[in-house]
Write a protein that binds this ligand. Structure first.
Ligand code: NAP
Length: 247
């Protein structure tokens, strides 16, 4: 019987690559998205055509009601065994002194509140004391949490720092519940998130200056996430795994 995985923000980028790889490894996959239904459906169709099981699940992670509906929806695939807390946003590059309260609110609503709520709901379903089967959770943080992202995204970097702390604390809360909690911290990965922040060439441009001399691919992050989800990582919890080409 296949295991069930929910991935937030899986209509494109790292979430999409993780969904496709997870399906190839035998997971049934809940493909959450916020706005791009066609893209989410394309991910589902690719999985189903290859013989896998998947569902597209709309919901903004910063809305508790929408998120609960997403978790209700994924139950159609089976009890939850894995969760990837991946949905995240950036904004236009700015120093803090130029950032509006509206921008800061949205950044923390999606990247912090949304991630905490997602992790909480995953914990409620996988914890053995709540009737769950145990499982694994991977939070998608960023090396920005260590670098600070000055003059671009100190708000985003702070939000990802919160996810690093959540990873360490929640791993301790859930160790006795049969649930492992880890984070990957990508560096410059070539996805559309950079265009959404107004810098479509950011990953390619800055990737050249990293030790490996290039931007990373979403599939390279997905490999790390799948390892952390798998029983191969059975003694790994509370870890922050940088997938950043040495950045
Ligand atoms: P992306 O290509 O922009 O994809 C973002 C995904 O998240 C999309 O599926 C989008 O769905 C979804 N999403 C956005 N806001 C959402 C919300 N409020 N509720 C639910 N879904 C939402 O981003 P990515 O580069 O793959 O990034 C994925 C994660 O990796 C993020 O947490 C990001 O911070 C992190 N990360 C990325 C990089 C990088 O260089 N790419 C580096 C470090 C960390 P819709 O399109 O339907 O809105």
């Amino acid at each position: 019987m296949s295991r069930t995985l929910l991935i937030t923000g899986a209509s494109r980028g790292i979430g999409r690559a993780t969904a496709l790889l997870a399906a190839r490894r035998g997971w049934a996959v809940g493909v959450n998205y916020r706005s791009d239904r066609a893209a989410a459906m394309a991910v589902v169709e690719q999985i189903v055509q290859a013989g896998g099981r998947a569902l597209a699940l709309q919901g903004d992670v910063s809305s508790e009601a929408e998120l609960l509906a997403v978790f209700d929806g994924v139950a159609a695939l089976g009890p939850l065994d894995g969760l990837v807390v991946n949905a995240g946003i950036v904004a236009q590059p700015l120093p803090l002194l130029e950032m509006s309260a509206y921008r800061l609110q949205r950044m923390f609503d999606v990247n912090v509140l949304g991630s905490y709520l997602t992790a909480r709901e995953g914990a409620r379903r996988m914890a053995r004391s709540r009737g769950g089967r145990g499982g694994a959770m991977v939070l998608v943080s960023s090396v920005a949490a260590s670098l600070g992202a000055p003059f671009e995204y100190v708000d985003y970097a702070g939000a990802k720092g919160a996810l690093d702390v959540l990873t360490r604390g929640l791993a301790k809360e859930l160790g006795g519940e049969g649930v492992r909690v880890n984070a990957v911290r990508p560096g410059l990965i070539d996805t559309e998130i950079h265009a959404s922040g107004g810098q479509p060439d950011r990953a390619a441009r800055l990737g050249q200056g990293t030790p490996l001399g290039r931007a990373g691919r979403a599939e390279e992050v997905a490999e790390a996430i799948l390892w952390l989800l798998d029983d191969a990582a059975s003694y790994t919890t509370g870890a922050l795994l940088d997938v950043a080409g040495g950045r």
